[in-house]
Ligand binder design. Sequence first.
Ligand code: BJW
Ligand code: ZN
Length: 250
Amino acid sequence: MSADAVGRAADLLRRARRVVVFTGAGMSAESGVPTFRDALTGLWQRYDAQTLATPAAFHADPDLVWGWYEWRRAAVRRARPNPGHLAVATIEARVPDSVVITQNVDDLHERAGSPAPLHLHGSLFAPRCASCARSAPEPDGPPEEPADGRRTPPPRCAGCGAAVRPGVVWFGEALPGQALEAAVEAAASCDLLLTVGTSGLVYPAAEIPQVASRFGAVVVQVNPRETPLDAVAEVNLRGPAARLLPALVD
Ligand code: BJW
Ligand code: ZN
């Protein structure tokens, strides 16, 4: 990674008045939260998305799906924000007109001090009824780490008695309308979009950097690997978020 590219990106960031930070799973990788598609460590290398992350999967085997998300919720509870999350919060504090848009279902941006990231793919911490959509309390505990793969029956809705489901967006489901609208609007009106740690493969979220570019923003990317977003990025910083983002705000 050339110091020049970092310096150039830092300069663009300093001059920007409206900033969007768009994040994916790579943002939290150095906090110990696995990504989805990385070759050795990605969740979809070890688990089948079709049997865990679709409405049909939950319908077919709610205990399997709920247990898997309980395991992930417990792992995120133990994780801590990394220096990259802190740098994002610093950008927000410096640039009043900034918006954080995340595909992540963890709460590490919030715990690093980002007040209200837009969660395009929902949250591990906002379960709701699978039938009437009433929000449900986050289950207590579990005190000990639930075993990976342990089936756990989901709680029942206090209103209608149906199963409670994780508050995340599964394949084939619509993204939360308000968050998506706010994200598109922020992307269309920013002057710099910083995309961090996303493969840019999952739509419609992957359109966000493309919208920013189409409306004239400069796109800066932080990712150790090539992605389809290289095509719209004016600066590509190839490296890990926890090292490169602090270098951008130093
Ligand atoms: C680092 C790093 C470090 C590593 N530092 N970087 C157009 C074409 C084809 C298909 C579709 C299409 N439009 C829609 C679809 C279908 C589908 C889709 O996109 N499929 C593609 C995979 C082909 N999309 C949907 O189904 C969406 N819904 C939809 O379209 O609804 C239509 C509809 C409208 C109206 C009514 C009804 C329906 C929903 C998508 C939901 C995605 N859900 C998931 C799971 C969330 C819950 C959970 O956590 O279990 O969201 S899938 C998973 O992928 C998760 C992520 O948010 C999402 C994106 O992944 P992300 O964040 O980019 O992670 P990775 O692992 O892919 O990449 C990590 C990156 O980090 C890599 O590049 C690394 O190099 C990098 N990295 N270490 C910085 N240290
Ligand atoms: Zn209900």
